[in-house]
Write a protein that binds this ligand. Structure first.
Ligand SMILES: NC(=O)c1ccc[n+]([C@@H]2O[C@H](COP(=O)([O-])OP(=O)(O)OC[C@H]3O[C@@H](n4cnc5c(N)ncnc54)[C@H](OP(=O)(O)O)[C@@H]3O)[C@@H](O)[C@H]2O)c1
Length: 242
């Protein structure tokens, strides 16, 4: 599809439902992928599940970074680790997230803040830790998974919608600041993804209508490619067949 040979990707949310599909999609285009995880055992499992695709200890194609994406000093150390191993950093892909209900009428500020910390703080922290090497080379890609909820609030999803909208607005500002430096920043907006969690939560729904993890991964890889150089500040819905 797109040639990402030897490109170095820093990816957060690797342990998510879509994480493995996204890692495989990057590896299929020749990229090296460093996964920043807050739970090292889970990260080890992700790498183990990839088998030979993860490379060898002497030539790792998937590197584990013991770094919480929301922890700036830890992410800066992780970026140094990537630069020491692979000599470059081309892409940061932010997958961290998760749905939590919260009412608008209740004014539930702690819940709203929790959604903000989870979605916005992690993406901002991981991305800004990665920017220096990208700006120095005049080439970089920031791809963040937000949600279609960023475009319109719904009942009982106030904090979730606000956090996802904030990530889109921050991405637009970043894209505008970096538009002449070869660094693009974009968001992907899934509606519902076909995950085991969603199948369990919506047993009567038809999952063939939902976006597959591979469909989400394909767009993330495209936005990470040289061919996507003209796209920045975009928030691209992936509604699939819903
Ligand atoms: N599933 C959907 O239908 C859907 C729809 C629209 C948008 N999205 C977005 O798509 C992305 C992937 O969704 P998913 O369903 O595959 O996710 P998921 O399975 O719920 O996984 C969530 C991921 O985020 C990490 N995470 C959660 N809170 C964190 C925090 N405070 N700090 C650091 N890491 C944290 C988790 O790490 P641990 O393993 O360490 O907990 C895990 O890797 C998310 O951003 C989600 O918001 C999903």
């Amino acid at each position: 599809m797109f040639d990402l040979s030897a490109h170095a990707v820093v990816l957060t949310g690797a342990t998510s439902n879509i994480g493995r599909a996204v890692i495989r999609a990057y590896l299929a285009q020749g990229a090296h992928v460093a996964i920043a995880v807050r739970d090292q055992a889970k990260g080890e499992q992700v790498r183990a599940d990839l088998g030979a695709l993860a490379g060898t200890p002497a030539d790792p194609l998937v590197m584990l970074l013991a770094a919480d994406p929301g922890d700036r000093p830890a992410m800066e150390r992780a970026v140094e680790q990537v630069l020491r191993a692979w000599g470059r950093l081309d892409v940061v892909a932010n997958l961290v997230g998760g749905y939590a209900a919260s009412d608008a009428a209740a004014g539930d500020l702690p819940a709203y803040r929790a959604s903000w910390d989870q979605k916005v703080a992690t993406a901002v922290t991981a991305t800004t830790a990665c920017l220096a090497p990208m700006r120095a080379r005049g080439r970089g890609r920031v791809v963040s998974v937000s949600s279609l909820a960023a475009l319109k609030g719904e009942k009982a999803a106030a904090g979730y919608a606000m956090a996802n909208a904030a990530l889109v607005r921050w991405t637009e500002s970043l894209a505008d600041e970096l538009k002449r430096e070869g660094v693009t920043a974009n968001c992907v907006l899934p509606r519902i993804i076909d995950t085991p969690d969603n199948r369990l939560a919506m047993p009567k729904a038809d999952p063939s209508r939902w976006a597959t993890p591979d469909e989400i991964a394909a767009l993330i890889v495209f936005l990470s490619s040289d061919e996507a150089s003209g796209i920045t500040g975009a928030a691209i819905p992936v509604v699939a067949r819903t």
